[in-house]
Design a protein around this ligand. Sequence first.
Ligand SMILES: Cc1ncc(COP(=O)(O)O)c(C=O)c1O
Length: 338
Amino acid sequence: MTVQFQQESLSGRLKTVKPSPTIAITRLATELRRGGADIIALSQGEPDFDTPDHIKAAAKKAIDDGATKYTDVDGIPELKRAIVQKFRNENGLDYETTNISVGTGGKQVIFNAFSATLDAGDEVIIPAPYWVSYPDIVLLTGGVPVAVACGEESGFKLTASALEAAITPRTKWLVLNSPSNPTGAGYSAAELKAIAEVLLRHPRVLVLTDDMYEHIRYDGWEFSTIAAVEPRLHERVLTCNGVSKAYAMTGWRIGYAGGPAALIRAMATIQSQSTTNPSSISQAAAVAALTGPSTSSPRAMPSSRSGAICAWPRSMRRPASPAGRPTAPSTCFRPARD
Ligand SMILES: Cc1ncc(COP(=O)(O)O)c(C=O)c1O
């Protein structure tokens, strides 16, 4: 007799989360494309340039050199050193290699951080609109996502007063994402400073800043990250980033973070019991990305491109950022009622 798998066999935790909608939309677009449809999929944040050649060459060399074995759990020393330099040179952040964690994509790094810190009932403040995975990762790791609506009037950004109102005795984390997926809004140093002032009054709240789109931005806009803007927060900020978007390496699956050494060690414990280590070959490629020519990342894109994107389709003519245009090209975001 064949016994069917019962839905009830799934865990209660799984029933609270949805599969990633961006992945579902991408799968549908791929299927339609296979059927001959001419589709532009705007769901996944996929850069429209290829992984640069010197990065591919480093990966091929790693295979030939036999770098095909298990590595240190949260990153090889060369990659950690390259990340320390990146944070120092590009962001003015001082980390040692003991403050660095490398995971299988930025998503795993965020998953590790929440797994390592959230207990049942712990709240995570997520400014909305948000990248769809944040609340589900919080739910999967046992926490409670608290979405704080950030409307057009604030350029879809969290204000100091909205943050103050959202903090409760159960707040464990604040998530910041700048430039933002999906709104393209970026926080200025002054805006981050105002948020930092609130956080200084709430010393138990940790900050996860997701800077994944740092390099995907229009020229004329300056990127800032909260631990550099307010060094007094340095010890409770996890600065997350990765090579996926900056170097068109979404398929290579390398993300990283800088943060307090005790948190980084806890994240390594989680990772050691899940994926063990990020791909050895991808790590070698990430070293080449971070230490190679800066022109291998798109850096600032011409703002003429923002004009083109926001002029099309016509219904997108009034972009939402207060500067009149989004600061980053992830999306030209408009509320549905328009
Ligand atoms: C805001 C944001 N953070 C993190 C990620 C995850 O990046 P990775 O592909 O390195 O896991 C994405 C992916 O789309 C994203 O949009």
